[in-house]
Ligand binder design. Structure first.
Ligand SMILES: Cc1cc2nc3c(=O)[nH]c(=O)nc-3n(C[C@H](O)[C@H](O)[C@H](O)COP(=O)(O)O)c2cc1C
Length: 131
């Protein structure tokens, strides 16, 4: 299994409609491809985790890269993993009544453990997405 984590700059703000539209299409594709994950937005930026078979994650990521709704994609993690941490949803936003607290805590812990500018930005995006 493979995990990819990236951040990007939103070009569509954080309207609930835009986010819902993104997640709705993502769920359709991800279910077909065995991809799971989670998406955070603080209004100005996105942070996303994708997990699945290597080729499925790569194919999904190439579509995401081509999407004009965001820019400046920066990949923090792109590696194989022993088991999924984000296996419960084809794609999910935090705070939809879903039990995503453990997943957010996992990502915040990861971000806090990495002393890089990208990890600091990831940390800030995830925390700000709850404000
Ligand atoms: C922040 C963000 C996250 C996205 N995440 C996914 C995803 O997890 N899976 C996916 O298939 N598409 C995702 N997309 C959408 C793709 O970029 C692309 O628009 C979509 O896959 C195209 O599907 P459609 O032509 O069937 O609508 C995301 C887009 C954005 C802006």
């Amino acid at each position: 299994v493979h995990r990819l984590i990236y951040i990007s700059r939103s070009l569509v703000g954080s309207s609930a409609n835009e986010l819902d539209a993104i997640v709705r299409r993502s769920v359709v594709h991800n279910q077909a491809n065995g991809v799971t994950g989670m998406l955070w937005s603080d209004g100005a930026n996105f942070a996303q985790v994708l997990e699945g078979e290597h080729d499925a994650v790569a194919e999904t990521m190439s579509r995401i890269r081509a999407d004009p709704r965001h820019a400046d994609i920066e990949v923090l993690v792109d590696r194989s993993i022993a088991q999924r941490m984000f296996g419960g949803w084809a794609m999910v936003l935090p705070g939809e009544g879903s039990e995503t607290t453990d997943q957010t805590a996992f990502l915040v812990g990861f971000a806090a453990s990495q002393h890089t500018d990208l990890a600091r930005r990831l940390y800030e995006i995830v925390l700000a997405s709850y404000e």
